[in-house]
Design a protein around this ligand. Structure first.
Ligand code: NAI
Length: 458
């Protein structure tokens, strides 16, 4: 055999799995059809979108908030191509960074589309490679609307929305989920009129009700508009885009320059040749695995977006580490309830664990506590008073079941909640933990106090 393990896919699931396997002494290769390592997350997902979210937010704050701080800057202008070039440089830097980590860990990087020839051999670019074990980490791809395939000019996927030549005047976003609100925010801040058409009666449907409603109001304050309970039925592309949809009032149409389709992602298993080795997909196109991430072929594992669970980079990485450790003969455990979820808008939204509704639906005896950011001293100093922290706890034991944060830096703050869930912490322990003053994190302590007997500053 050429290798102990071949990892297929170099995204945050695959490259992390490869590094951990190599660190554990396994002879490892990682194959990816892209020359640039890092997968969707680095090349066309999390990282470029966060670079643009930062730049566009900086512009919005400069435009609308600098003078409130006593800073007069004149009228700031956007150099969109420079903004895009900065984003590309950040991505390229990380591409090289992963290549460097592969070299350091003696991982062979193979460029090509991997197809199983038999259960121990893959072919990539006409060459065969054999291994004792495989980890499939091929990720996911944006879901198309059947009547409007992506052309990345007028009908955009998230990939196309990250490489536009110019800021569009009007954009319709189909689907008000995570990708929609993040990329919609980018363009709204840069001056695009952004209108959402969402199938359900709420945005980002997985969010806790309290947080989801407050979040929508804040986005509306920033100029984003939402049409809920509306189903897109057709997109005419004769002149810009004309989107037809069924709403409460009947059939409606709306014009824009471009439509961003953000209705979810689907597992990417094309070209793997899974049929050849007898691996069948489930009804959602995912690869079924057991609790050790093994497929129906016990030496072929699958992780990340191609299997069940949230399509999140860090979930894939944790699974990659878990499989690498299992292959090295170590015990490993993954606490799925403690995996956080972050939306990188302004303010950010971050959640971990159960929403109030989920907890109640599970028959748990629930008590919640909330604390608004406007009562947090640090938030007032930094003009970050929009938002709320909500903790969902078990009424009897005080165990923290869920933490939901709508605030600046929520993506950082949520790790307090992730640790609380990982360690099965109670609201009593969180409330007793000293939090530096003044910090945004005090809002979590206050929310824990709100569950117990009341916060101090409300
Ligand atoms: P999503 O599942 O978050 O949202 C899709 C939205 O589209 C839902 O609200 C759904 O009701 C709506 N929808 C579905 N079909 C529709 C239709 N025909 N017409 C109108 N609305 C429709 O999916 P999204 O935003 O595409 O993201 C895909 C995946 O990528 C998610 O699983 C997400 O977790 C992940 N992601 C995570 C990020 C993060 O962690 N910050 C950033 C970007 C993506």
């Amino acid at each position: 055999m050429d290798y102990d393990v071949i990892v297929i896919g170099s995204g945050p699931g695959g490259y992390v799995a490869a590094i951990k396997a190599a660190q554990n002494g396994l002879k490892t290769a990682c194959v990816d059809k892209r020359r640039e390592l890092g997968g969707t997350c680095l090349n066309v997902g999390c990282i470029p979108s966060k670079a643009l979210l930062h730049a566009s937010e900086f512009f919005r704050k400069t435009l609308h908030e600098a003078s409130d701080l006593g800073i007069e800057l004149g009228t700031p202008k956007i150099d969109f191509s420079k903004m895009m070039a900065r984003k590309n440089e950040i991505v390229a830097g990380f591409n090289q960074g992963i290549a460097g980590l592969f070299k350091k860990n003696k991982i062979d990087s193979i460029v090509g589309t991997a197809t199983f020839k038999d259960a121990n051999t893959i072919t990539a670019e006409g060459k065969d490679y054999t291994a004792k074990n495989f980890i499939i980490a091929t990720g996911s791809e944006p879901t198309e609307l059947p009547f409007a395939p992506f052309d990345e000019k007028k009908i955009l996927s998230s990939t196309g929305a990250l490489v536009l030549d110019a800021v569009p005047k009007k954009m319709i976003v189909v689907g008000a989920g995570v990708i929609g609100v993040e990329l919609g925010s980018v363009y709204a801040r840069l001056g695009t009129e952004v209108h959402f058409i969402e199938f359900l009666d709420r945005i980002c449907p997985a969010l806790d009700d309290t947080i989801g409603k407050a979040f929508q109001k804040l986005l509306e304050k920033q100029g984003l508009t939402f049409e809920l309970s509306a189903k897109v039925t057709a997109i005419d592309q004769t002149n810009g885009v004309k989107v037809s949809y069924e709403a409460k009032e009947g059939t409606q149409t709306r014009d824009a320059d471009v439509a961003l389709i953000a209705v979810g992602r689907r597992p990417y298993t094309q070209d793997l040749g899974l049929d050849t080795i007898g691996i069948k997909l489930d009804d959602k196109g995912r690869i079924p695995v057991d609790t050790s991430f093994a497929t129906s072929q016990p030496h072929i594992y699958a992780i990340g977006d191609v299997i069940d669970g949230p399509m999140l980079a860090h979930k894939a990485s944790e699974e990659g580490i878990a499989v690498a450790e299992l292959l090295a003969g170590k015990r490993t455990h993954l606490e799925y309830i403690a995996i956080p979820n972050v939306i990188y808008t302004d303010p950010e939204v971050a959640t971990v664990g159960l929403s109030e509704t989920d907890a109640k639906n599970m028959g748990l005896n629930v008590k919640t506590g909330q604390f608004p950011l406007k009562a947090n001293s640090r938030a007032r100093c930094t003009s970050d008073t929009d938002g709320i922290v909500k903790i969902v706890a078990d009424k009897d034991s005080g165990h923290i079941l869920g933490v939901h944060i709508l605030s600046a830096h929520a993506g950082e703050l949520i790790e307090i909640g992730a640790l609380a869930l990982e360690k099965r912490t109670t609201v009593f322990e969180l409330a007793k933990t000293s939090h530096a003053h003044p910090t945004l994190s005090e809002a979590l302590k206050e929310a824990a106090m709100a569950v117990i007997d009341g916060p101090i500053h409300m």
